[in-house]
Write a protein that binds this ligand. Structure first.
Ligand code: AGP
Length: 345
């Protein structure tokens, strides 16, 4: 069995564990946040960790109404400029904790007296040591180059931080269902193994979603790119109307994440438009009428909210990419030209 698959399957346990590990530090962090007038959140991250940050942006903004900016580290590291971070919560996310450019943003925050938080999978990493608070994903060593369990644990910590910060007991209760939802999602493994065969020779595809699941569309595309060498591009459904749609022609594979929830209406409209244009639709959803519209469909467990469905969609995407990579005769654990740790400045 490849490591990526093993690590995908470890997620229910990893998610449970990471919440237990961080309850106390999240409470301490929220105490500090409550005594400051935080006007914005700045998140710095790369690759998969950046996609967890995008999920965090939607969750924090929709729960607390505090604007969240995704930092462009080059402003500091390439252009030598400083960002005004004093009244911001500054979060750096990095599986390895070694992301040099993310570290610079945390340092900048520290210099200005901002509250800084690192989310990493290594207690003794440069990022964990630099930030004033460390949320430890505690996912166990991730050996596959393709990040899986560190991604969902990063997302989980961000969502739980938002819920505790907002004093939203109902949201905390909802989030406690995530490990079970992920377990149920893993039951799709046989169906996914079988259905990916149809896409063995695919060279390109689009991945679309709206709102909270946009982060998962981005992550799905990255997982497919790095493990299958397919030119996958992700868009928010809303943006796809504004130009990219012109690239759709007959049989173009489009993966659509369309769970029940506030974003479904827009997704449904896009599904019909794509069908009219002859696209080949791969749909992840929990709704019968939507699943019926796909050439290939994966029924995710009923999550009941856009806060939770991204976890199910993320796991389906990981299983899809891993199996497709194997079906193409590749090794998802060691993609060509990539290392586990990539340092950019
Ligand atoms: C994940 O599958 C990728 N291999 C890659 O994008 C990775 O997430 C990125 O290099 C960031 O690494 P970090 O989280 O260790 O900083």
């Amino acid at each position: 069995m490849v490591k990526m698959w093993e690590e995908i399957c470890e997620q229910p346990a990893a998610l449970k564990r990471c919440l237990e590990t961080n309850r106390e530090v999240i409470n301490m962090l929220v105490e500090a946040l409550d005594s400051h007038d935080i006007s914005s959140v700045v998140i710095a991250a790369r690759g998969t960790s950046d996609h967890a940050g995008i999920y965090g942006k939607y969750v924090i903004e929709s729960t607390l109404g505090i604007p969240v900016a995704l930092a462009a580290p080059s402003v500091v590291t390439v252009y030598g400029k400083s960002l005004k971070l004093k009244n911001s919560l500054v979060i750096g996310i990095s599986q390895s904790g070694k992301a040099a450019d993310v570290l610079e943003i945390i340092r900048e925050g520290n210099k200005q007296g901002a509250i800084t938080v690192a989310i990493t999978n290594f207690n003794d990493s440069p990022l964990a040591n630099e930030a004033s608070y460390h949320l430890y994903t505690d996912a166990g060593l991730e050996k596959s180059v393709a990040a899986t369990k560190t991604f969902t644990t990063q997302m989980y910590l961000l969502a739980n931080l938002a819920a505790v910060w907002a004093k939203d007991a109902d949201m905390q209760q909802q989030l406690s269902k995530v490990p079970d939802l992920v377990s149920k999602t893993l039951e799709l493994s046989d169906v996914i193994k079988e259905k990916v065969q149809r896409y063995r020779y695919m060279n390109e595809c689009f991945v679309l979603a709206r709102g909270m699941n946009y982060s998962i569309a981005m992550e799905t595309a990255l997982k497919i790119q790095e493990t299958c060498y397919i030119r996958a591009r992700a868009y928010a459904v809303s943006d796809f109307h504004h130009g990219p749609f012109a690239m759709i022609d007959k049989d173009m594979p489009v993966i659509l994440l369309a769970p029940e929830g506030p974003s479904l209406k827009d997704n449904e409209e896009m599904i019909h438009k794509l069908k009219d244009a002859g696209a080949e639709l791969v749909i992840f959803s929990d709704k019968d009428e939507i699943l019926e519209l796909g050439t290939t469909s994966f029924r995710i467990p009923k999550a009941g909210s856009d806060l939770l469905s991204p976890f199910c969609n993320a796991v389906v995407a990981q299983m899809f990419a891993c199996n497709l990579s194997l079906a193409r005769g590749l090794n998802p654990d060691s993609p060509r030209g990539l290392n586990k740790v990539t340092i950019t400045k």
